[in-house]
Ligand binder design. Structure first.
Ligand code: COA
Length: 188
């Protein structure tokens, strides 16, 4: 695993129509609601888990991640309301030697370009402010929406991970200066 770069606490990031900010303990119900939607959590981590596990996970953001200044975990907000979740963290996977981004939105906010804005803001932060040489994403190959979005932002597939049960995870990577979207999520 790469050594921990400096500057990877959770600074406020402007992502176009959204703002990424550190979580506040009062965000717990919004966090749990987000991950209790099985369509949202289908391709995140090990998939949907019960509400108690999501509440415990929320607690660990404060007790472990923020307390140890380990990596970035953000609430994605729009008009003050929490509409999603994002991370920039050392990959927990042995086959990824570097940092990866995670981004998750409430279903009501899909398809409006918000995911593109968030992924672009985190990518710029990682490559230009933190100074990482490369940023990764690990995406279920069935998650075509996320793969398409990342490829438009200049991520390229670098490997496939074959998991038990036939699941295939695509590993994508982005280095500096490779944004193919030219400012619009609809550009090819
Ligand atoms: C992946 C995810 C974050 C994408 O967010 P999103 O806001 O829907 O993404 P965008 O709107 O930027 O782009 C997605 C699609 O909407 C289209 N789109 C972009 N702007 C649009 C607009 N203004 N109006 C309508 N559609 C638009 C994009 O062209 C793209 O089209 P495609 O699905 O044909 O590729 C969201 O679907 C999500 O939270 N999924 C569950 C969690 C998850 O899988 N996270 C990723 C784990 S790797």
């Amino acid at each position: 695993m790469s050594s921990t770069p400096s500057g990877t606490s959770s600074p406020v990031l402007n992502a176009g129509s959204a703002l990424l900010r550190p979580y506040d303990p009062r965000d717990e119900d919004a966090f749990v609601r987000l991950f209790q939607d099985p369509e949202v959590s289908r391709f995140v981590g090990d998939g949907p888990q019960d509400e108690g596990e999501d509440r415990a996970l929320f607690g660990r953001i404060f007790s472990s991640v923020y307390a140890g200044n380990r990596f970035a975990v953000w609430a994605i907000t729009r008009g003050g309301a929490v509409v999603g979740h994002a991370e920039l963290k050392p990959s927990p996977s042995e086959d990824v030697d570097g940092w990866e981004l995670v981004y998750v939105l409430e279903r009501a906010h899909w398809g409006q370009g918000l995911g593109t804005e968030v992924a672009r803001a985190i990518t710029t932060f990682a490559l230009e402010q933190v100074g990482l040489p490369r940023i990764y994403a690990t995406v279920d190959q069935q998650n075509a929406r996320s793969i398409g979005l990342l490829e438009r932002l200049g991520y390229v597939p670098v490997a496939d991970r074959h998991e038990d049960g036939g699941k295939v995870i695509k590993i994508l990577a982005r280095t500096p200066h490779r944004d193919n979207s030219q400012g619009s999520p609809h550009s090819t």
